[in-house]
Design a protein around this ligand. Structure first.
Ligand SMILES: [Zn+2]
Length: 318
């Protein structure tokens, strides 16, 4: 579903003039269309949503373009919910796709293991025209944009700043309520320090409106930073808490994609999902005897919190 900016403070904010925020459900990242101004060749699209929503993304972009050509598709990071529409957009519009440099070689070789897509179902191959790295600048929508590093959630992720208008495209580094899973920490690498450094970097930027990877654009940057930092502090104090949250997110995310699944099948999926196995080995083995048992406990917690429903042995996304 596409909704224009709905946050009351951000909706209609003058900084968002010339931009169309396609706010999506949580399975797909938001898409931002930066409309061409003056003699610019065409619009830029930032992030392309989930593969399961690719036809919808193409239709939404087509409508939002209002006849302008699509000049470029720019991706903040290569998680499946941010780049799943790439192949469909490429086929429909022929627009060159540009990504952060960190995983360009993996995309060129289409190495799904290195891309981390084995776990998450991005299977439509796309090609890239080039990369945009941290510190690079370009002009789009009549504004100067700069790519900034945003490690933490994903070591290769970038965020994009239009400093003159105070617009930050934060991807999954900062949401109105928190930030994306800290994936390096889930596989035994450091990541919490990077999250803190990225939040500090955001605080120093001239930001009036944040367009996050998920959820409505928001203007209360200080409040969002405070909420993110308190969540981070809780994870740093208790990393297994982050791991349990991660498993719940992975299960919920899988359910968003399949909508409904018999519990036995869902547990079978969890049992063989590589990241679930690594998570259990790193954080869950003291609490439960297997990835399957740990997943079952987390599904029960998701059910208790209302995020999923369990009916007659079938789990339903709620
Ligand atoms: Zn992400």
């Amino acid at each position: 579903m596409a909704i224009a900016a709905t946050d009351t403070a951000a909706a209609g904010h003058p900084a968002l003039n010339g931009l169309t925020v396609l706010e999506r459900g949580w399975l797909s990242s938001n898409n931002l269309l930066v409309h061409a101004q003056g003699d610019e060749a065409g619009a830029w699209l930032i992030d392309s949503g989930h593969l399961a929503h690719a036809p919808q993304t193409v239709a939404l972009v087509q409508h939002a373009l209002r006849g302008q050509p699509l000049e470029r598709v720019l991706i903040t990071h290569l998680h499946t919910d941010h780049c799943g529409g790439n192949a469909a957009l490429q086929e429909r519009f022929g627009a060159p796709i540009v990504i952060p440099p960190g995983q360009a070689d993996a995309v060129r070789a289409w190495d799904l293991t290195r891309l981390g897509h084995d776990d998450f179902g991005q299977r439509e191959r796309f090609t890239i025209a080039g990369t945009i790295g941290a510190g690079e600048r370009w002009r789009a929508g009549g504004s100067d944009w700069e790519a900034l590093p945003a490690p933490g959630h994903d070591p290769h992720s970038l965020m994009f700043l239009d400093a003159a208008n105070g617009v930050l495209v934060s991807a999954d580094a900062l949401w109105a309520n928190g930030f994306g899973l800290v994936f390096p920490e889930l596989v035994g690498e450091a990541g919490f320090g990077d999250v803190a450094a990225t939040l500090d970097a955001i605080e120093r930027l001239p930001v009036r409106v944040v367009i996050p990877g998920h959820g409505a654009p928001f203007t209360d940057v200080a409040g969002a930073l405070q909420r993110a930092r308190s969540r981070l502090a809780a994870y740093v104090a208790d990393p297994p808490r982050h791991a349990r949250h991660a498993l719940k997110v992975l299960l919920k995310y899988h359910l968003m994609e399949v909508r409904t699944q018999p519990l036995a099948e869902l547990l079978q999926w969890a049992e063989v999902a590589p990241l679930v196995g690594r998570l259990w080995a790193g954080f869950g083995r003291h609490d439960s005897e297997s990835p399957r048992a740990w997943s079952e406990a987390m599904i029960a917690e998701l059910g208790a919190g209302g995020a999923v429903k369990l009916r007659d042995g079938v789990v339903v996304d709620a």
